[in-house]
Design a protein around this ligand. Structure first.
Ligand code: T3D
Length: 263
């Protein structure tokens, strides 16, 4: 297993827990962290990893404060943020999007800028009571990136997304719940425990069905209604032939809990 310096990766019983681990800077994304995220996600998505669910969280009081601005300052003379996005953000974001397992984020504190983009790219977003979300980009004269302009309007609608992006104001966890940005808000002390329990449950779930749900939800953004009906039928054909689906139906008939193997 790789020896990471800016993140930790713990894999146990099918659940990978990936923790951003530069708490002094609220887990801001520096070059090494982005490379390590790419490598960790590649490892998780590998054919022999045995990982069936991923939980992403942050160490300390923040989830992720976005781009490490001390690096941006250091490179001010030659800075090309567009190239930086393509070279160092997109690789790990695309690895994350390509995973065929469910992804949970446990937002334990501020999720700002690209850190917010990362948090909301999960399938299920849990937020601690004191967490908040911040489209910080505009506060430093930038536009949202790392997927925010794609994800945010789809999650909370264009009116609220545009206002968050243009105003750069904090959105509390409770309001994020009200707006449908997060699935649930958990007391801070219990967040990791609750998120881990959910991760363990999903790591023991029908993995191929989760992968199908991820693909269908992703494609629905661009499909017409009839195209999406067609896509559902195609994915359902495959799902219905999985061992887990056969087991699920049999377990129902036999009135016992299903034992899914992710196959
Ligand atoms: O290449 C490119 O640049 C393109 C990519 C862009 C993607 C982006 O994400 S752009 C947006 C970048 N992020 C931000 O602008 C957020 C900056 N941070 C903040 O506004 C505030 O820190 C927070 C609202 C997130 C939290 O405020 P608060 O008061 O709770 O904490 P703090 O005291 O400001 O921060 C604690 C420490 O973390 C502090 O260090 P110190 O003084 O204790 O040594 C602070 O400097 C550091 N820190 C926080 N955010 C970042 C950071 N260090 C580097 N980069 C950061 N983004």
């Amino acid at each position: 297993m790789a020896d990471f310096k800016t993140i930790t990766l713990d894999i146990d019983d099918g659940l990978a827990v990936l923790t951003l681990n530069c708490p002094d800077r609220l887990n801001a994304l520096n070059a090494q962290m982005k490379a390590e995220l790419r490598d960790a996600l590649r490892q998780i998505g590998g054919p022999y990893s045995g990982v069936r669910a991923l939980l992403i969280t942050g160490a300390g009081r923040g989830f992720c404060a976005g781009a490490d601005l001390s690096e941006s300052m250091a490179a001010a003379d030659t800075r090309d943020a567009g190239a930086n996005l393509i070279d160092s953000y997109h690789p790990f974001l695309l690895e994350l999007a390509a995973l065929e397992i469910p992804v949970i984020s446990a937002v334990n504190g501020v999720a700002a800028g690209a850190g917010m983009s990362l948090a909301i790219s999960a399938d299920i977003v849990l937020a601690g009571k004191s967490a908040y979300f911040l489209q910080a980009f505009v506060n430093i004269g930038l536009v949202p990136d790392a997927g925010s302009t794609f994800l945010l309007p789809r999650l909370i609608g264009t009116s609220r997304a545009r206002a968050m992006m243009m105003l750069g104001e904090k959105l509390s966890a409770d309001k994020a719940l009200d707006w449908g940005l997060v699935y649930d808000v958990i007391e801070d002390d219990s967040l990791l425990e609750v998120a881990t329990a959910l991760g363990r449950k999903m790591a023991a779930g029908p993995t191929k069905a989760y992968a199908g749900i991820r693909a269908l939800m992703r494609d629905s953004a661009d499909n017409s209604y009839s195209e999406q009906l067609q896509a559902e039928a195609m994915v359902q054909r495959l799902a219905s032939r999985t061992e887990d689906s056969i087991e699920g139906v049999m377990a129902f008939v036999q009135k016992r809990p299903a034992v899914f193997k992710g196959k």
